[in-house]
Write a protein that binds this ligand. Structure first.
Ligand code: ZN
Length: 287
């Protein structure tokens, strides 16, 4: 499943292809993805100019010139590709998946300037919806989301307040979208490792010194992943359309049984299951 840094990289890749341009034609090749498309979806997009492309948590928000926003979620396997004069480009160089099969091109946008943007999603867990931008606060997918993990709002002081009295493990608390938006399993494992905090520790015990260590680590794992995604944008012309995670060296995630990377630590990374998700951690470095 693409996580926040992957979605941000897709956003940055799409900006030059669609921002400021008019959508000239829309082809829908099926009536639904995870949910049905909104009524008259193609008609409502046709002729609109894209004013800006934003992101909130893992949602792409395409701002249109009639005061509506198109919300797009990539689900498990959604991907965008851009076809322009320079050839087919993939916004974000992902790994671990096969090239896009054109049979799964469910939405095709013809954009001013000879650009074609395709949304391909073999498993169809992604979805798109339209809403009035000024009613965004009431948008069900966006209402109640916590701060972005790499924003100033996500501070130690904020974490102190958000975690006070919570009896769930810190791992589960950080996956709660109301506490922090768009932070997924991989980056939670990485941030807890860097902060030296056990994933099993009760969230209520984090406020104070531990929150002061954790907040900046959450922020830096996300910033570094976005930066590594951004660096792949330069050569996305060569990408073959694979979707997955960045070729990014994780310090704990996926390293069960391997040596802990902390200098002087002789432990091996362990895997446990919390809330049906794998957690990777070092039992010595993380307390
Ligand atoms: Zn260790």
């Amino acid at each position: 499943m693409p996580e926040l840094p992957e979605v941000e990289t897709v956003r940055r890749g799409l900006v030059p292809a669609i921002e400021g341009r008019r959508i000239e034609a829309v082809v829908l090749n099926r009536p639904d993805l995870r949910f049905p498309f909104p009524e008259r979806f193609a008609e409502r997009l046709t002729g609109r100019r894209v004013e800006r492309l934003d992101r909130r948590a893992k949602y792409l928000l395409i701002r249109l010139d009639d005061g509506t926003s198109l919300l797009s979620h990539l689900g498990m396997s959604g991907r965008y590709s851009i076809e322009a004069e320079a050839g087919i480009r993939q916004p974000g160089d992902f790994v671990h998946a096969e090239p896009a099969n054109p049979r799964h091109d469910h939405v095709v946008l013809s954009v001013e300037g000879g650009v074609t943007v395709r949304y391909n999603d073999p498993r169809r867990f992604g979805f798109m919806t339209l809403y009035a931008t000024q009613e965004e606060a009431a948008q069900p997918f966006l209402a109640g989301l916590g701060p972005e993990p790499n924003s100033n709002a996500f501070s130690a002081a904020y974490l102190d307040e958000a975690l006070a009295g919570r009896r769930t493990p810190i791992k589960s608390a950080l996956l709660d979208q109301r506490i922090v938006a768009g932070l997924g399993n991989i980056y939670v494992c990485e941030a807890l490792y860097r902060a030296g905090i056990s994933p099993r520790r009760q969230a209520a015990s984090i406020p104070g010194k531990r929150a002061a260590r954790l907040a900046p680590e959450v922020r830096s794992v996300i910033d570094e992943a976005i930066a590594s995604g951004g660096s792949t944008l330069k050569d996305f012309a060569a990408a073959d359309g694979a979707l997955g995670y960045f070729q990014h060296r994780f310090r704990t995630y996926g390293r069960e049984g391997e040596a802990c990377l902390t200098p002087g630590c002789n432990s091996r990374i362990q895997r446990i299951v919390q809330s049906a998700r794998s957690t990777f951690f070092c039992p010595t470095c993380q307390r």
